[in-house]
Design a protein around this ligand. Structure first.
Ligand code: COA
Length: 277
């Protein structure tokens, strides 16, 4: 395994992990940061980025040292300015569907269903596949520079990485329809008002603020966090089994060591120490 150098939005004392070509990954205090690193192309998602993102998400899922992840973009201008349009000219119908399917299955849905929290730190343009990548994450923090949009209609296309579904879930049908039909961009303040992002920070505060939220979550019981993700995703998809699943999960967690530790620590007036068991 090769190690990459620190770069992009990295900080002293971050531990670099596997070397990728188009993304940077670091691990620090159980928090894994994935930085999409093609700033000269505004971090557009080409095939290599999709494939490396898929590997990085697998790392989040499989590596026991990782408790949560942040996804962000390199450089001051862009989170991700969409799928790489230069790869579109060679596509026919079958190729287009395959591109969307591969991305959905290997990256976007995998992030959404990841049992560890994945937070988007949106530092600039989040357009098309970039907006969709942010929306696949469990929630989003944005800098004042962030701009969101689904401009696919400008190319004669529709969103292909989940935009029609997740944007509608997050901002409601009318706002989603307007954004996708006009292809227009919204600024960070509008995204906050729409509920597309949870918080807007200055550019400098984006990673520290997102890290602070991740650190707070890392102090909670991992099995409970995993169930929050699973059950909330059921609700977002309108799954009629959601309430039943919640009751079962509530019960099942009483059998976990962490639930015993949580109640005992509360009664002993001390901080719980959770083990994910
Ligand atoms: N795919 C491929 N390349 C992209 C890209 C994308 N989605 N978005 C930006 N780039 C490239 C540009 O081609 C340019 O490359 P070049 O310097 O080799 O010419 C570079 O990134 C910088 O972009 P540029 O357009 O010069 O920056 P800008 O500040 O003038 O405009 C945007 C920024 C985001 C408004 C503009 O780049 C844009 O509209 N991008 C496409 C967004 C889009 O439609 N995304 C959805 C795709 S489905």
């Amino acid at each position: 395994m090769q190690l990459s150098g620190t770069a992009g939005n990295s900080y002293a004392s971050l531990i670099p992990t596997v070397m990728y070509q188009t993304i940077l990954t670091t691990l620090h205090d159980r928090l894994f940061t994935i930085t999409i690193n093609r700033p000269d192309k505004l971090n557009a998602l080409n095939k290599t980025v999709i494939s490396e993102l898929s590997e990085a998400i697998n790392e989040v899922i499989d590596n026991k040292l990782i408790g949560a992840a942040i996804i962000t973009g390199a450089g001051p201008k862009s989170f991700v300015a969409g799928a790489d349009i230069s790869e579109f000219t060679a596509l026919d119908g079958q190729g287009g569907e395959a591109l969307a399917r591969r991305g959905q299955e290997t990256v976007f849905s995998k992030i959404e269903n990841c049992s560890k929290p994945v937070i988007a730190a949106v530092n600039g343009f989040a357009l098309g596949g970039g907006c969709e990548l942010a929306m696949a994450c469990h929630f989003r923090i944005a800098s004042e520079q962030a701009r969101f949009g689904q401009p696919e209609v400008n190319l004669g296309l529709v969103p292909g990485y989940g935009g029609t579904q997740r944007l509608t879930q997050l901002v409601g049908k009318g706002r989603a329809m307007e954004m996708m039909m006009t292809g227009g961009l919204i600024d960070a303040a509008t995204a906050l008002r729409y509920g597309l992002v949870n918080q807007v920070t200055t550019a400098e505060a984006l990673i520290p603020a997102t890290t602070a939220i991740a650190a707070a979550i890392l102090g909670k019981a991992p099995l409970a966090i995993a169930e929050v993700i699973r059950l909330t995703n059921m609700a977002a998809l309108g799954d009629p089994g959601g309430l039943e699943a919640e009751m079962k999960a509530f019960g099942a967690l009483f059998d976990s060591a962490d639930a015993k530790e949580g109640a005992t620590a509360f009664l002993e007036k001390r901080k719980p120490s959770f083990k994910g068991e």
